[in-house]
Design a protein around this ligand. Sequence first.
Ligand code: KG4
Ligand code: ZN
Length: 358
Amino acid sequence: MKVLGIESSCDETAAAIVEQNNQGELVLLSNVVASSIDLHTEFGGVVPEIAARSHIESITPVIEQAMKQANCTWSGIDGIAVTYGPGLGGSLLVGVLSARTLAIVKNKPIYGINHVLAHVYSAFLGSSTIDGYKFSRQKPQFPLLALIVSGGHTQLVLFKDVGNYKVLGRTHDDAIGEAFDKVAKILGLPYPGGPSISKLANSGDPDKYPLPKARLSDYFGFSFSGLKTAVLRTAQNAIGEDYNFPSHELSGRLNDTQKANLAASFQNIAAQTVVDKLELACKQFSPKSVVIAGGVAANQELRKQAQKRLSTPVIYPDIKLCTDNAAMIAATCLLTKNSPADDPFSLEINPSLSMVEN
Ligand code: KG4
Ligand code: ZN
């Protein structure tokens, strides 16, 4: 059974083909991602109109390339899976309308997929026919504790089984990736902030600036906006200014050592914050596996702290499958294939789609 996945919820236009073999293993046959990130860098974040226009230009060549890379013809495709939410409205529309058109023209069933859920299921991809992918030797097992850490989401979810889950906690304000992006902006680093913060943090002292961890009455909830503001105040203080000093002028006044120390101190507390909650949830629910997925799962400090503090094995998707991709969309469709197909004439986007519990 082969599924074509299509993803366009933010600034990546992606298509991939995943096959479920006779042993039930999910095999990656192709994975194509075209990012419009370079077009957004000068604005310090994703500009929705630019992202949508870029998806329109890229979607057809990206799908064609995914078919070619998998050596696949339309007769070999059993279904089309597409992200219908959450995400940017204009961006989601391009993927969903393309998938709907293909489903009608090629006479294939169509399945709308939740992007956040798909980040977790990316860890279930087990092998690939294309080079350059590393898969965990351990297969995810239930009960499974999943931490989704991306630019738009920070959620802790407990899965009893595929499709049977409970959201234990989510962020009350900024997502962790958003905090990386905002702190990077304060330090004058390019967007996206995660990779640039972690690179700079390598030469910094993580204990130089004591930064606060949010205390919430919501046991498994997260909050990152206070940490971001604390970085701002600490940076202002480091150059001898008060809270009135404009944040956009800070990077010109901070020296390289101060920037590296701020990056390392922030990264250390951000990683500790999510690993604290993972540790609590592991103690309370004794999962057989932990999955950390989403763009921030690429962060090496987070991986180091998780390895040190958690006794449950942690499974990470291949690093190329941590950030947005369509392989996770196709994989989710195959794992939840008992779900009924959607109507290709009426499948709508849902930009604020949340995880629907059962
Ligand atoms: O999952 P993703 O590609 O898109 C969303 O669904 O949001 O995640 C993108 C986020 C960005 O905020 C980016 O700064 C962050 O992931 N990120 C990282 C790293 N690589 C990407 N954060 C920390 N460390 C990294 N190495
Ligand atoms: Zn994502």
